[in-house]
Design a protein around this ligand. Structure first.
Ligand code: NAI
Ligand code: 15L
Length: 265
């Protein structure tokens, strides 16, 4: 494609994917409200707040695909989540509707379904069970993606990302880890398939301890190749094993389930 927009480009995933996705487009348009450094020859840099509708409309114009990583990525005060993940998502989808409906990857989260027990394997047809304000905002984003698909034909890959970091950091992440390599392979498929629709995909590597079933999106042709088991001995040796009744062991969303509602100050 000619131009791929990556929002949240200053963040953890955005700064990795800035280099790892360069082959997907002639030009990467990178956006964040934080500093993204200098633009490389293949890059355009646009610093803006996702909550600013006019700025987001200008940001999306001229793009052929969008990887939407931008937003509040953990639990936090509602005003912050509301601006970035509620208003920000509305602004993005309205801009996309007005400017040719570029295919979107929406970075949803396992916290949209965080209250499912780890003892249950779930597929992409389950009803959401968000584990806090952040999870609620991701359910909202999934709903916007669905409505814009049904009403206007906007295509979105809703990716319920587990834990996408260089390595799993604790026992729960042995179930939820998504390697960067597997994520890149997934994103390549998302922008390659002729018809995408609006599927929900669990973003996890081929972890033996997974509690997510992606069989309903087999047609995408994404075959994760990494498995967190290679880190199990290291995790056992370096992190304390949680008690059997800890939220980190009981719930898919782990400790987010016991986090309170954050105050505005
Ligand atoms: P991150 O917090 O490192 O990056 C998010 C970026 O969004 C930041 O650079 C931040 O400045 C930017 N941002 C926040 N509010 C903004 C606003 N109002 N306007 C413009 N930019 C704004 O998060 P990370 O880990 O890179 O995650 C990327 C996306 O993937 C997020 O949407 C997150 O919710 C989602 N996700 C990530 C997971 C992971 O394991 N890394 C797991 C599940 C979901
Ligand atoms: C998320 O949604 C967060 O963005 C990320 O920072 C991790 O906390 C991840 O979920 C997780 O559940 O490990």
């Amino acid at each position: 494609m000619k131009r791929l927009l990556i929002t949240g480009a200053a963040g953890g995933l955005g700064s990795v994917m800035r280099t790892r996705l360069a082959h997907l487009a002639d030009t990467l348009r990178l956006s964040d409200m934080s500093d993204m450094g200098e633009a490389a020859a293949n890059e355009e840099i646009v610093q803006c707040d996702l909550g600013d509708a006019q700025a987001v409309e200008a940001l999306v114009e001229g793009c052929d695909g969008i990887v939407h990583f931008g937003g509040k990525s953990t639990e936090g005060p509602w005003s912050v989540i509301n601006n970035a993940n509620i208003q920000g998502v509305m602004n993005l989808y309205e801009a996309a509707r007005k400017h040719g409906m570029p295919r979107i990857l929406f970075a949803s989260s396992n916290h949209a379904i965080g209250f499912y027990p780890q003892s249950q394997v779930i597929d992409n047809t389950v009803y959401p069970r968000p584990d806090g304000l952040y999870g609620i905002s991701k359910v909202f984003g999934e709903a916007v993606a669905n409505a814009y698909h049904d009403k206007f034909g906007q295509e979105t890959a809703i990716v319920r990302i587990g834990s996408s970091f260089p390595e799993p950091a604790n026992h729960r992440m042995l179930s939820t880890w998504l390697s960067y390599d597997d994520f890149v392979r997934m994103i390549e498929r998302i922008f390659d398939v002729p018809k995408l629709g609006c599927p929900i995909i669990y973003g996890a590597s081929a972890n033996s301890a997974s509690f997510w079933d992606n069989s309903k999106v087999d047609w995408l042709g994404w075959r994760p190749q990494d498995n967190s088991e290679q880190f199990r001995a290291q995790i056992d040796a370096t992190t304390p094993k949680p008690a059997p009744d800890a939220a980190d062991v009981l719930y898919q969303g782990g400790l987010f389930c016991t986090d309170g509602i954050h105050s505005e100050d």
